[in-house]
Design a protein around this ligand. Structure first.
Ligand SMILES: Cc1cc2nc3c(=O)[nH]c(=O)nc-3n(C[C@H](O)[C@H](O)[C@H](O)COP(=O)(O)O)c2cc1C
Length: 189
């Protein structure tokens, strides 16, 4: 089983979640896990103004994904930060380049799953996963969320991301909060 984990992360939170997703997938015997980043679309000067340049540099060692790599995987797990209740533009642009794969049905029957994050607890992260699923369905993928058998998503003793729609984290308005152990467990699950 070849599992491709691909993500975009501006400040590093989704990067941390992606590492946990990869860790979890690697625990399944016989699974090959490939971790890749989505290409950046913003110039360095914009990233600098957004305070993201340093975080971007720290992720430089993760290779960039090519759309053709999607066809080689059995399962594709996508990570994106929330942008106004939706996926980020970098991910949208990447997915819009998959029309050749769509035309040949290359992703039909593959497993697809989405993990995400947002600044605030109710800032639309469930919508990010659900609206992402639309594209996966157009590709004929079989969607997997985060089953309630991951009981950590039901806990009320601490603030936590994670919903039936997928693993998620809450970054805080200034990115000051990092994925909790519970959220990382959800990503590994
Ligand atoms: C243009 C833009 C739109 C955003 N929209 C939302 C939003 O709708 N809801 C929310 O809670 N956070 C929003 N955020 C915050 C991001 O989701 C947050 O920075 C991200 O999840 C952190 O992940 P990262 O460190 O991997 O980039 C937005 C951030 C930007 C830059």
């Amino acid at each position: 089983m070849k599992v491709l984990v691909i993500y975009y992360s501006m400040y590093g939170h989704i990067h941390r979640m992606a590492q946990a997703v990869a860790e979890g997938a690697k625990q399944v015997e016989g699974t090959e896990v490939i971790l890749r980043r989505i290409p950046e679309t913003l110039p360095d000067e914009v990233l600098e103004k957004m305070g993201a340049l340093e975080a971007q540099r720290s992720m430089d060692h993760i290779p960039i994904c090519d759309v053709d790599q999607l066809a080689e995987a059995d399962a594709i797990i996508f990570g994106t930060p929330t942008r106004f209740g939706n996926m980020c533009g970098q991910m949208r642009q990447f997915l819009d380049a998959t029309v050749k794969l769509w035309a040949s049905g290359a992703l039909v029957g593959k497993i697809g799953s989405v993990f995400t994050g947002s600044a605030t607890q109710h800032g639309g992260q469930e919508l990010t996963s659900l609206s992402f699923h639309i594209t996966l369905l157009h590709h004929g993928m079989m969607i997997v969320g985060l089953p309630y058998t991951f009981t950590g998503q039901s806990r009320l003793d601490e603030i936590t991301g994670g919903s039936p729609y997928g693993a998620s984290t809450i970054a805080g308005s200034s990115g000051e909060r990092w994925p909790s152990e519970n959220e990382l467990e959800a990503a590994r699950f």
